[in-house]
Design a protein around this ligand. Structure first.
Ligand code: 0X9
Ligand code: ZN
Length: 462
C-alpha cells in the first residue's frame, strides 16, 4: 500500500467516526484515556510510486476523535492521538490495511495533568521574563510592553494587529539606536513564534532570542531584528485554558468545535493547495480565502513594511528538530535560490550539531515533512521575496512533543540562538557585498561555493 493510500484509509475511518452534534460552548478537553499511537506509514511509503503526492493526515482529522500530532515524510512516522471511543475503529482499520503501529503513550490526559502543577504553581510574573517554565500570554504581554522602558535605545514595541478575540499582536524591534533605524537602513531579520497554539516552546524561543539580543551588542549593531513572539495569542490562551492540543486561531466556525483557521495554511502564496483543508472542522482548515485572518494579516503587513531590507524570515514551530525551507506547497518545484537556502540551512544545522550536540534535519518542507500550501515561509519567499526563509521545527523529536519538559526550554533557545548567529553572519556577508558593489541586486543572494566538509543533514541530491 502506498503512502497516499495508507493515509486515505485512515482518513476514511476517521471521517466515518465523526459522531455527535456540535455544541455551543467549548467544554475543556482533558484527553483522559486518549492514546498516542506511532503509525509507521513510511514503510508503506517506500513501496509507493516515487511521485505519489504526500497527503497531509491533518487534512482529514476531526479533533474530537483523532488529533495528528506530527508526521515526517522522511522517516514515514506519524504520531496520532486517538480518543478512547475511536480507538477500536482506528486500530482495526490500521491492522486491516497492514499499517504498522505501536502505542507510544497510554494516557495522554495523565501526561498533561502531570505537567500542569509545574505550570501553574509559580507566582505570576509581572513584567519579568523566565525560561524556567512556560509563560502565560498575560505574562508575555506584561514583559513585552515593558521592554522599551528598560532598553529605550534598543527596543521598540508596536502593535502589529489584533487577534480575532481582540488581543494585541506585538511586534518587537531590537537594534542599536532603534530610533535611527530609518536613517541607518540596516538589513533586517524577521522572526515569528506562536503561530500554532500548542507549540509552546516557540513563543518562549522567540522571547529567548530577544533576551539574548539584548545581552549581545555584536548582534544588534549591524542588524535590525523584528520579532512577533506570539502570532496567535487567542490560540495560545485556548491551549492553556481549555484544550492543550489546540492549534488554530479562534475564528468563528459553524460550531465551537469546528472553529479556528490554521494560520499556517492561510498565507497568500499557492493558497488552497495540497495539505490544507476547506473543512472548518479540520486542524488544517485554510480559511475562506488567503489572509482572511487578522493574525496572518498582521504578519503580512509587518513583513511587507520592510520587505526590501528584510534578508531572512524565520518562523519557529515545534516539534521535530528540522530546518525547513521553501517550497512547502510542493516537492515538484524549487525556488530559484534553492542551493543558497540549503547551504545556509545546513550551516545553521551544523552549528547546532557542533555546539549543542543536537541534530536538526535540513531540506525543503515538502520533501522532509509533507506538502502543505499556504505556509508563511512560502509566502515570505514567493511574495515578499525574502531570500532566506525558514521554518524551524524546534525540540524535541517526539518524547516530549508539544508537552516539552520545561527543562528543555533553555537548551532549545540556545539551539535557535546558535542558528541565529549563523544566519546573521550570512546576512552580513551579503550586506557587505552590497556596500562594495552598490549595484548588487537587493533581492538576490549570492551563490557562495559549498563548504567541502561533510554536512550533517542527509540532503537529497540537488
Ligand atoms: O504543518 C505546518 O504548518 C508546519 N509543521 S507543524 O508541525 N509545526 O504544524 C510545517 C510548515 C512547513 N512549511 C510549509 N509547509 N510551507
Ligand atoms: Zn507549527
Amino acid at each position: 500500500m502506498g503512502f497516499a493510500s495508507a493515509v486515505f484509509v485512515l482518513v476514511v475511518t476517521v471521517a466515518a467516526m465523526v459522531v455527535g452534534l456540535p455544541v455551543d460552548t467549548f467544554q475543556p478537553v482533558s484527553y483522559s484515556g486518549w492514546k498516542v499511537l506511532e503509525v509507521r506509514l513510511g514503510e508503506a511509503a517506500e513501496t509507493a510510486a516515487s511521485e505519489t503526492p504526500t497527503v497531509n493526515l491533518d487534512e482529514f482529522d476531526d479533533t474530537t476523535s483523532v488529533n495528528i500530532l506530527s508526521q515526517n515524510r522522511r522517516t514515514g512516522v506519524a504520531e496520532v492521538a486517538v480518543s478512547p471511543a475511536a480507538l477500536n475503529d482506528v486500530t482495526a482499520h490500521l491492522t486491516q490495511h497492514k499499517v504498522p503501529f505501536s502505542t507510544k503513550l497510554e494516557d495522554l490526559g495523565r501526561k498533561i495533568q502531570a505537567v500542569e502543577p509545574i505550570l501553574r504553581a509559580e507566582a505570576e510574573l509581572r513584567g519579568a521574563v523566565t525560561f524556567n517554565r512556560y509563560m502565560t500570554y498575560d505574562e508575555i504581554e506584561a514583559y513585552v510592553v515593558k521592554l522599551p522602558q528598560q532598553h529605550p535605545t534598543k527596543v521598540k514595541v508596536e502593535m502589529a494587529g489584533k487577534s480575532v478575540e481582540g488581543r494585541t499582536i506585538h511586534l518587537i524591534t531590537v537594534t542599536d539606536d532603534v530610533a535611527n533605524k530609518d536613517i541607518l537602513r540596516k538589513p533586517s531579520i524577521f522572526i515569528d513564534g506562536g503561530m500554532h497554539a500548542r507549540e509552546w516552546v516557540s513563543p518562549s524561543t522567540a522571547l529567548g532570542i530577544v533576551d539574548n539580543l539584548l545581552k549581545t551588542p555584536d548582534m544588534t549593531r549591524n542588524i535590525e531584528w523584528r520579532i512577533i513572539p506570539v502570532v496567535n495569542p487567542d490560540g495560545y490562551v485556548m491551549s492553556w485554558d481549555k484544550d492543550r492540543l489546540w492549534r488554530k486561531n479562534k475564528a468563528k466556525g459553524r460550531s465551537i468545535r469546528c472553529s479556528g483557521v490554521d494560520l499556517n495554511r492561510n498565507f497568500g502564496y499557492e493558497w488552497g493547495g495540497t495539505g490544507s483543508s476547506s473543512s472548518q472542522c479540520s486542524v488544517v482548515y485554510r480559511g475562506p480565502n488567503a489572509f482572511s485572518e487578522p493574525e496572518t494579516q498582521a504578519v503580512r503587513d509587518a513583513v511587507l513594511r520592510e520587505a526590501d531590507r528584510t534578508k531572512a524570515y524565520i518562523t519557529f514551530h515545534s516539534y521535530g528538530q528540522m530546518i525547513l525551507h521553501p517550497w512547502g506547497y510542493t516537492s515538484k518545484a524549487t525556488p530559484a535560490n534553492n542551493m543558497e537556502l540549503k547551504r545556509v540551512g545546513n550551516a545553521m544545522a551544523t552549528a547546532i550539531q557542533k555546539q549543542q550536540r543536537k541534530r536538526y534535519d535540513v531540506g525543503s518542507a515538502a520533501e522532509v515533512l509533507y506538502a502543505a500550501a499556504g505556509g508563511s515561509d512560502d509566502w515570505a519567499a514567493g511574495v515578499a521575496k525574502i531570500p532566506l526563509s525558514y521554518t524551524i521545527e524546534l525540540r524535541d523529536t517526539g518524547s516530549g512533543g508539544f508537552l516539552l519538559p520545561t527543562s528543555q526550554i533553555t537548551p532549545t533557545i540556545t539551539d535557535a540562538w546558535v542558528a541565529m548567529n549563523t544566519l546573521a553572519k550570512e546576512v552580513m556577508k551579503v550586506a557587505v557585498l552590497r556596500e562594495q558593489h552598490p549595484d548588487f541586486p537587493s533581492r538576490k543572494v549570492l551563490r557562495i561555493p559549498r563548504p567541502h566538509r561533510r554536512e550533517i543533514s542527509s540532503l537529497p541530491h540537488e
